[in-house]
Design a protein around this ligand. Structure first.
Ligand SMILES: Nc1ncnc2c1ncn2[C@@H]1O[C@H](COP(=O)(O)OP(=O)(O)OP(=O)(O)O)[C@@H](O)[C@H]1O
Ligand SMILES: [Mg+2]
Length: 476
């Protein structure tokens, strides 16, 4: 039987609602999606990005929801025989429940924000802290106005460590979220030009990320990337927010958590370094320098949170790249192996550079080529064209042999790619499908990446359909 997460009485007290029908006296989980709801969970009928949860209350109840939290104003549309906790506003109720969970927990809490690397760091923290005690962490990238309170509301009472991803698309978004989480430790992985359409400059992004310091618990610590261009501004913001302790991470030995040696392999990284005065060697089970950088912030947090650093560091060897974010597949082309790196989940200049460098480090067999298949990076505002064009430098540095470009803005890059390295340009990913499948040769390594809207995932599926795929464990 699933364990009890909330008693009905505590839940009702937290959300201030009125009980209708006959809900069970305990709740085993919190759900906002009737499709994945497990019997015994409470269903919160929030209005999501697209749909209103009240439309799915009936489905949730018939799947065995212990109760549904619904809005007073919508009661007339709902089955009269249902089990309800009726409130004025369902999202506010979820936030209240989140705050109640936070008020009762004894867990040490870390919050992670940054332009890229939030989920990777959050998953590393989950692994590393779990080696020391019961750890609760956000699911997927649940980092927004509903994801953060949902994660809080799902935190078991006996959690010893809590890990929260906090994201933002516009200024002012982080303040209320971190106000709910009230972390003891706040990590800013990195600040980079992402969402430039909503911000005038990278400094504005740094300021918005810096809102995370305003929610730190008194005596809390900020963990900052000292190699990042925006470090000085972030440090200033911590001081302005009254934060006394700053811990730095990055490549230089003068930082609190730093690397001294990195052996970058195609399926993992082996790292030597020091974390707050403790010398350490660790292995990260997925490749990429960006993950090494993230691991420094993670290990600093692990030590500061009082967890076992050595065990935490060992646990990072189980790290796996999530779907669409560096996952590797082994394809077979004419009986020979071809590596496909799936980065199709999303893209911005920082993550694009990280992915190009991953491809640069991927092994190719004799005669094989490193092929970058890259689509538009969206939401970059006025400097978009320039930011696309600038990718020619990392492509050159990583010695990429062949470049395929997808999307109108990627044409800016296409124009400056040396002729000998031009694979092809198309406006949509669908148009490239046939040519790309035909172009693959034994021994190649291919990396596919673009913003979600450019649908680069189509090309990943097309290659897998054509050449079959074995998931590579190291980065599955
Ligand atoms: N420190 C880093 N520096 C540069 N790129 C990174 C870094 N960490 C991760 N990335 C790149 O960004 C991609 C997304 O990583 P991740 O999912 O951890 O980011 P996120 O901040 O959670 O993104 P989202 O805002 O979509 O939730 C990865 O596939 C990788 O290519
Ligand atoms: Mg994320």
């Amino acid at each position: 039987m699933s364990e009890v997460l909330w008693s009905l009485d505590d839940l009702v007290e937290a959300v201030g609602g009125r009980v209708v029908g006959d809900p069970t006296t305990t709740v085993t989980g919190i759900s906002i999606d009737s499709r994945s709801l497990q019997p015994g969970e409470a269903f919160f009928a929030i209005k999501g990005d697209v749909r209103d949860g009240h439309r799915f209350v009936e489905a949730a109840l018939s799947r065995g929801a212990s109760l549904a939290v619904v809005a007073e104003g919508r009661m007339s549309e709902l089955p009269p025989e249902g089990r309800y906790v009726v409130v004025a506003d369902v999202l506010a109720a979820l936030q209240d429940l989140g705050r109640a969970a936070r008020a009762h927990t004894k867990a040490r809490i870390v919050a992670v924000t940054g332009s890229v690397g939030k989920t990777s760091s959050k998953e590393m923290l989950r692994l590393a802290l779990s080696a020391s005690g019961r750890t609760h962490a956000s699911a997927a990238s649940y980092n927004n106005y509903w994801g953060v309170p949902l994660t809080l509301a799902r935190m078991p009472a006996d959690a010893e460590y809590g890990v929260f991803e906090i994201g933002m698309n516009y200024p002012g978004e982080i303040t209320p979220l971190v106000g709910m989480v009230r972390p003891h430790f706040a990590i800013v992985t990195t600040v980079a030009p992402v969402h430039l359409a909503q911000f005038d400059a990278v400094e504005e992004i740094a300021k918005a990320k810096g809102e995370i310091f305003t929610g730190l618990e008194p005596g809390g610590t900020a963990i900052l990337n000292a190699s990042n261009d925006q470090f000085d501004l972030l440090r200033f913001l911590t001081i302005a927010a009254g934060v006394k302790e700053i811990v730095t991470f990055g490549a230089s030995c003068s930082f609190d958590a730093h690397t001294t040696q990195i052996v970058a392999r195609s399926d993992c990284s082996c790292v030597t370094g020091a974390v707050l005065g403790e010398d350490l060697t660790w292995k990260i089970g997925a490749p990429g320098r960006h993950l090494v950088e993230n691991s420094l912030a993670v290990l600093a947090a692990v030590k500061l949170m009082g967890a076992d650093l050595a065990r935490g560091a060992m646990a990072l060897s189980d790290m796996e790249a999530p779907k669409g974010r560096g996952q590797r597949h082994e394809l077979t082309v004419h009986d020979a192996s071809v590596t496909l790196i799936d980065e199709s989940y999303n893209a911005n200049p920082a993550s694009m550079r990280a992915a190009i460098s991953l491809l640069g480090a991927a092994p190719v067999a004799r005669g094989g080529r490193r092929i970058a298949v890259i689509g538009d990076m969206l939401e970059l505002g006025e400097r978009s064209g320039e930011l696309h064009k600038e990718l020619v430098e990392p492509l050159e540095a990583a010695r990429i042999d062949l470049v395929y470009c997808v999307g109108r803005t990627m044409h800016e890059l296409w124009d400056v790619v040396p002729e000998s390295k031009r694979g092809g340009w198309t406006e949509t990913s669908a148009e490239l499908q046939k040519d790309l499948v035909a172009a693959i040769r034994p021994g190649d390594a291919i990396m596919i990446k673009g913003s979600l809207g450019t649908k680069m995932g189509l090309l990943v599926s097309a290659l897998i359909d054509a050449y079959g795929a074995k998931r590579n464990r190291a980065a599955s």
